[in-house]
Design a protein. Structure first.
Length: 79
């Protein structure tokens, strides 16, 4: 799956991940979380499990987005 497809899937994944993790973000932040999660999760999932296609990309993107949200909550700045 190419990077453009991962970015497009990442937009939907960002929405799903922010809802599953119960955080409220604006649209640009949701998009950034999803795209970053798609890039991270898509490459990791493909490398570890040799999954491809849009289903594998979506699963990897949602998992990657959720992992980024968790890392931000755990190690991000405390306000």
């Amino acid at each position: 799956m190419n990077i453009i497809a991962l970015i497009v899937i990442g937009l939907a994944a960002g929405f799903l991940a922010t809802r599953l993790m119960k955080i409220e973000t604006d649209i640009p932040t949701t998009m950034a979380i999803g795209i970053a999660g798609a890039l991270v999760g898509g490459f990791v999932l493909r490398g570890l499990f040799m999954m491809s296609g849009w289903i594998g990309g979506l699963i990897g993107a949602v998992l990657g987005s959720m992992a980024l949200i968790w890392l931000w909550r755990r190690f991000g700045p405390r306000l």
